[in-house]
Design a protein around this ligand. Structure first.
Ligand SMILES: Nc1ncnc2c1ncn2[C@@H]1O[C@H](COP(=O)(O)OP(=O)(O)OP(=O)(O)O)[C@@H](O)[C@H]1O
Ligand SMILES: [Mg+2]
Length: 299
C-alpha cells in the first residue's frame, strides 16, 4: 500500500508510531504536512504537497490538530474525491470537532451524556442556571482543549459572574452537571474499525478535578465493562469515525460520554497499555482496502 500520514509534526510520538507500524508492515509511507498542501479543482481533483502531485495514494491517516480543522478537512475531502481511503472522513472530522453538535448527535443516538445547557450570550445567567440543582457545576468553553477552558464552579452563586464574564467576551460555552462520582477520573477508549482496542483510566492529581494527562493526571490500563465498551463503539459509529478516542465519565447512571476525539494522541495510551495501536490501525486500513477491492469486483 502507498500511505500518507497527514501530520504537521513529523517528530511527534503519534506520527512516529504510525510511521513505524506502516514500515513494519512493508508499506510505502510518507508524512505529509497538510498545512502545506494545495488543492487543485479542475476537470479532475489533485493534491499538491509542495510541487509533489499526490495522485497515487491508497490511503491517508489524518492527524489534524484542532487549530487547523477546516484546512485539514478540506484536504481530506479532496483525497476522498480522488477515491483515496481515509481513516477519518472530512465530514466526520468537522462534526466531531463541533462539541455541541457531537453531544446532540450522541444524545439523539440514545447515548448518555452529562446534563448540558447551551444558550446565546444574551440569555440571563440565572435562566441558564435554573436548569441545575444546587451544588457544583462545570463551565466549559466550546473551543477548549487539554483541560484548558474547563472551570469548576463551587455553586450557582459562584457560577453566575463567571458566566456573565464569558458572555461579555462573547465566548461560546456550555454548562454541565458536575459528575462527582467520577472522582476526578475518566476513561479513554480507543476504537479502531468498530472495536475497542485499548482503554485506560486517567486519574487527576490530588486537588484537581481534570483528568487530562496534560494537566499532570496519571493513567492505568483498565478493562471496560460491557456497557462502557458498547457505549464507546456506538459513539464512534454515530460520529462515523474509523478511528477514535472516546472519553467517558463513570457515573451512578452508567458511562456518560464526554467527547469523541477524531485524532486521538497515541503516546499516553500506547505507553500506558503497551498495546500497538498503530499496528491495529494498519490492520484496519488493510481490511478496509481489501473489502473495497472485493466489492468493486462484484459490481
Ligand atoms: N461534567 C463533568 N463532571 C466531572 N468532571 C468533568 C466534567 N467534564 C469534564 N470533567 C473533567 O475535566 C476534564 C476535561 O474536560 P473535557 O474533556 O470535557 O475538556 P478538554 O479535555 O479540555 O477537551 P478535549 O478533550 O477536547 O481536549 C475531563 O477529562 C474530566 O476529568
Ligand atoms: Mg478531554
Amino acid at each position: 500500500m502507498k500511505l500518507a500520514i497527514l501530520s504537521r509534526g513529523p517528530e511527534l510520538y503519534s506520527t512516529q508510531s504510525l510511521l513505524r507500524a506502516a514500515l513494519d508492515d512493508g508499506h510505502e509511507v510518507m508524512i505529509v504536512d497538510h498545512s502545506m498542501c494545495k488543492l487543485v479543482i479542475e476537470d479532475k481533483p489533485s493534491v499538491y504537497f509542495g510541487y509533489n502531485n499526490l495522485n497515487d495514494l491508497d490511503a491517508i491517516i489524518p492527524r489534524v490538530g484542532s487549530s487547523i480543522t477546516y484546512h485539514g478537512a478540506s484536504v481530506i475531502k479532496q483525497f476522498e474525491t480522488m477515491g483515496v481511503f481515509t481513516t477519518v472522513k472530512s465530514e466526520c472530522l468537522l462534526q466531531a470537532r463541533n462539541k455541541l453538535k457531537s453531544m446532540q448527535m450522541l444524545m439523539a443516538g440514545g447515548l448518555k451524556v452529562p446534563r448540558t445547557v447551551f444558550g446565546h450570550h444574551s440569555t440571563p445567567a440565572s435562566e441558564l442556571l435554573d436548569h441545575f440543582d444546587e451544588g457544583k457545576l462545570i463551565i466549559k468553553l466550546l473551543h477548549g482543549t487539554h483541560g484548558l477552558g474547563v472551570i469548576l464552579a463551587e455553586n450557582k452563586k459562584n457560577a453566575e459572574p463567571m458566566i456573565e464574564t464569558l458572555q461579555r467576551l462573547k465566548e461560546r460555552f456550555i454548562l454541565q452537571e458536575f459528575i462527582a462520582e467520577s472522582k476526578g477520573s475518566d476513561l479513554r477508549a480507543i476504537v479502531v474499525g468498530g472495536e475497542v482496542v485499548a482503554s485506560m483510566k486517567r486519574v487527576a492529581q490530588p486537588g484537581e478535578f481534570r483528568s487530562n494527562l496534560h494537566r499532570g493526571a496519571s493513567s492505568i490500563p483498565v478493562k471496560l465493562s460491557a456497557e462502557e465498551e458498547k457505549a464507546a463503539i456506538k459513539a464512534t459509529q454515530i460520529l462515523g469515525l474509523g478511528v477514535s478516542g472516546v472519553d467517558m465519565l463513570q457515573s451512578d447512571r452508567g458511562p456518560l460520554i464526554l467527547e469523541v476525539n477524531p485524532s486521538p494522541g497515541l503516546e499516553g495510551i500506547e505507553t500506558t497499555t503497551h498495546i500497538d495501536i498503530s499496528g491495529k490501525i494498519m490492520h484496519y486500513i488493510h481490511s478496509e482496502l481489501d473489502f473495497r477491492k472485493i466489492t468493486s469486483n462484484l459490481f
